[in-house]
Design a protein around this ligand. Sequence first.
Ligand SMILES: [Zn+2]
Ligand SMILES: [Zn+2]
Length: 787
Amino acid sequence: MNRLKPLVLSLTLALTSLVYAQDVSSIQFCDKQYGMESDSITLFLKVLNSNNKPANINASILKDHLQVFEDGVVIPSEKQEIRQLFSGQRIPPGYTFSVLVDLCIPESGKDQIYEAIGNLLESTSDSCVFLSFFGEEVGKSQIVTKENYPSFKKMFMHTAEEKYFYSALYAKLAEFNWLNAPLIESVMTEDGYATEDAIFVHSREALDKNIMFIFTEGNILPQIEPISFHEVVEFQNDTTLNIPKVYAFFYDAGNGIDEDVELTLRTITQPRLATRQGAYLPSDNIQNVIKNFKEAFQNEMYNFAFTYQVPEDKSYKGRVQYEAFWNDKSFGTEVFSIGTEENEWPKRIQHTSDWVSKYLIALLVTLLTILFFILVMKVLVPCFKSLLFRIKYYNKYKPEANVQKRICHYCRREILPGDPIVNRCMHIMHTQCWKENGFKCAEYGQNCKDGIQDHIDWKGLFSKNTLRDCFQTIAGICAGLVSWIIYNLLGNGTFGALARGIVNTFYSKKDELVGGLTTECITKVSSFLTIGLLLAFFLSLVFRYFDGVRKKDWKSLLKILGWSLVSGIIGMAAFAVGGMILCLLLSPSDTYIPWFYSIPAYLLFSICTSLSLTIKSTIPTKSALLGGLISALIGFFVLYFSAITIARRGWMSMLLDFVIYGGGLGASLVTVRMLAEKYFLVIKNGVKAGQRIPIHKWMNASGGGNKVTIGMTERCEIQMTWEKSNKVAKEHIQLYVDHTRSQAMMKPLATNVVFNSRAELPVNKPIALSNNDTFTVGDTIFQYIEN
Ligand SMILES: [Zn+2]
Ligand SMILES: [Zn+2]
């Protein structure tokens, strides 16, 4: 017998819990709470039975049957804690309560009603309870808060002999709508009924969470009411209107019952639409009235708090999905924002070793990003261009009309029909010869401008040239890294007060106690502002530093610093506007911030930063805009979507966003800057006087080399065919760009080169060229022009 006892006991327990378990039909996730310091998350649950009322179960039953999944992973039972919530606890966000009190109720009753409404206020947020009185006239609805509530005490003390019952019901129902109540003029008041617009505004937050509580008694009605019972009912059943659920607490104080009052209350608490049905709860005992009221609003509350410890190495960055399973059946699901993409949660105390490894990894990631960009710029892009070129211009030779014999411009042999050829320019060549000549036309540089094919220079790939060509990209990536380091040191957001101001102005749900996304919005906007300032400042600093300015004295350095600060402020302002847009986009009933709400902020930032870079610099607007937009978008997608894959090192996505944006912007600037750099030679005298020769296409341009020779032979880029004197050598002068100094240089290869009409230059000794310098070769005077 003794041995059986535990068995029977556990069987009974199992049965009881089974019976209880059947009472549950859905689970709602109402709200979440997570501190910025601790690493536990609390979910507020409403466990409902099949009648949509709070299920009659306790925490231990819930623990036995409930499994909560976070992003598809079950939360282990040893890491969770479930508490049952009782009165005085929170009410989910979005509720609008309109409480209507009959002044005919005896004073002692009103005293207790005053206390009970005070209890309701304790568990709601500060903008959702509206109070009004009715009697010989219908009072205006007023917002009540925990602070101002005591000032209403004296209004409970007013008494009335009779009441305009239908006027009151009509006016209070009408207030949930905007300009849809034709009879509002007839509501019994002294100087016209003024609706409280805040009720309408607040009620839009959640149409299913609008509730009207009426405290009334059965006293006499006036002889003639301006609004009739039927008009109230008709209004309440209009499906186009927003009508709250009505709970009527009828107090029979023994003053006699007007049957109309009772019938009206029964009817308006049970309208035709099931979603609008409340309850009629009469009692002759004021204690019961209060109990009914408490139960009614407790039914709307959360009834459980589910707290769990988050995994030690997990960081939360925005969207988290929860699903509740009851006995392996899905009973409810919800999405919340926990942390933000820019600022992960929780912040854990880091040991020195973690800190060191974090920055080492960051450095490695930066190096890999540089390698990636080099790979793209030096291998993938040329490879793609080369492929396009091959498809377009590598052909089989077809005999042409009016052409007897086609000679290859390289090997001087005849091109036969069917021979593989390259016909990019008018100088048709054998494909083999084209390749032998370094993937360019034999005439390229002299009589031909287009005859060149992009190709991967495998030998040059690992030389200093590559670093030089990708210099601006690398500088941008480094600026990204520096910005990220400072962003980290500043705790991912330093403009809390400013962010709070923006969110309070532009995000409609301001209450912090209950629900909403205020915390997330503030964190996000604060991060936005910091990112804007840092990235724009450092990118501007590096790009402006390397932009054209040759002489760097303290004055020009100060200028660079000043303009970079301006860029930083512009970047910050752009993100501030982006933050406002984010707040405006968020509809108050949202429980999380969708990823695409942040796109306007990033786009705006990129546009404004790019434009700010072009102020007082030679950086061209179009390329800055285009490159900025593309790299900002790629960075954005990396930031928002790597969150899914990188759960452990949340900071990495932010780093990637920073370096990709910097590198991308740098890469876009470098290509255009190459085209934008304009070196010219202008012939000052003789038959060719006034001719401008663009020499920048030979100097510095990728693939075209970095050398311009002037002389008499065909091999020179500039062949001086017009020069009749015999003073010019086969190759007389060489021009090139000294990349380490970003400086155009001239090297005489023969004697008799007069520089600036004064000195004759020694042979083979390079001299730096400045704008407007002149030099003479033979009888021709050249002027060097740099734009
Ligand atoms: Zn050939
Ligand atoms: Zn050609």
